[in-house]
Ligand binder design. Structure first.
Ligand code: CTP
Ligand code: MG
Length: 176
């Protein structure tokens, strides 16, 4: 059980880092350049910025590279460079796709969407990794449903805790 949890965290770490680091680096020019969609609402909103996207991805990739470096010493599964990049970038892509649909449904920036706000980045990370490195993805996730289940249960808990912390240190405007 503990081994499954540790393996799940290890495999998801690039995504677990890129997502909160986007909050740390966020600000400045929004990815949608301030433009509106046909419905008159913002395409993505001010909560998705280039600085967040790039800063978050770079931090996730750096962690993944460190993990690749250490994997001969750690018996928890090794990474490919593709997986490191798709886990980090895919997490933030999933978060942006979520914001796109949030805006279409009329939710304003920062509005709360339980579970979706917490699992968007997991979906994005898995999707992009499955597309670009299906072999790594099947070996590490598809072949072990317990890892998938563990990630789906643990992520909302981790997400809640990090965001409450981010709110108290005044990095985040909302505690979710
Ligand atoms: N952030 C960013 N760029 C990203 C993702 C996040 O700059 N690609 C920063 C923004 O400052 C954002 C904060 O991190 O306000 C929190 O991220 P998140 O909760 O994902 O966005 P929300 O502001 O809640 O916007 P949305 O309603 O679109 O989810
Ligand atoms: Mg939010």
């Amino acid at each position: 059980m503990l081994e499954i949890i540790i393996t799940a965290v290890w495999l998801m770490l690039p995504a677990y880092i890129s997502n909160p680091m986007a909050v740390v680096f966020g600000g400045g020019t929004p990815v949608d350049l301030g433009k509106n969609w046909k419905d008159g609402r913002r395409i993505l909103g001010d909560g998705k910025t280039f600085r967040g996207l790039i800063g978050g991805t770079v931090c996730g990739v750096i962690i993944g590279l460190i993990q690749m470096w250490f994997s001969p010493l750690v018996p928890l599964g090794s990474f490919t460079l593709t997986a490191v990049i798709t886990l980090s970038f895919g997490a933030l892509l999933g978060d942006m796709v979520k914001s796109f649909f949030k805006r279409r449904l009329g939710y304003s920036r920062g509005a709360k969407l339980p579970l979706i706000d917490q699992l968007d980045f997991v979906a994005g990370a898995w999707f992009l990794t499955y597309v670009f490195d299906p072999r790594w993805f099947s070996e590490n996730f598809l072949s072990s449903p317990w890892i998938i289940i563990t990630v789906l249960i643990l992520t909302p808990l981790f997400h809640r805790l990090t965001n409450i912390f981010g709110y108290y240190i005044k990095l985040k405007k909302e505690p979710w």
